[in-house]
Design a binder for this molecule. Structure first.
Ligand SMILES: [Ca+2]
Ligand SMILES: [Ca+2]
Length: 135
């Protein structure tokens, strides 16, 4: 169970299941949490330290233009890895049931300590319910 810095249990969006990954989102040598829920990706920033995590209230990730990243109703698991070899971790996000954009890549155009994400590049698309294709 994750508690925020006020000791309250963290509650994410009201929709769907939650898929989370532990990663150092802001490159400060402690582990944060990225959680996909209800179409959004939430950052739970570790405001404690590497030994004892303490998490700020969750906030929705946005693109560099300030708009909220929204994958639709059933967002899936986020991943945070450098996908284009520029040394900055990028956001890879699936959409749970695959009806919209099964897999999208948000390139980090910010910095390692303050990631900012470009418009997504769709990596997979559905084929009318008969499967998926790489783009
Ligand atoms: Ca961190
Ligand atoms: Ca990158």
């Amino acid at each position: 169970m994750v508690k925020d810095d006020g000791g309250q249990t963290v509650v994410l969006g009201p929709r769907g299941e939650t898929w989370a990954v532990a990663t150092d989102f802001d490159d400060d040598c402690d582990t944060d949490i990225l959680a996909g829920n209800g179409g959004y990706v939430y950052l739970l920033e570790n405001i404690g330290d590497a030994e004892k995590g303490q998490f700020a209230a969750p906030r929705r990730l946005t693109k560099a233009d300030g708009t909220t990243i929204d994958m639709g109703y059933w967002s899936g698991a986020p991943a945070f890895k450098d996908m284009n070899g520029d040394g900055l971790k990028d956001l890879l996000l699936s959409e749970w049931d695959g009806t919209l954009t099964p897999l999208s890549l948000f390139i980090n155009i910010g910095t390692s300590t303050e990631p900012a994400f470009a418009e997504p590049r769709v990596l997979l698309r559905t084929l009318g319910g008969s499967g998926i294709s790489f783009i």
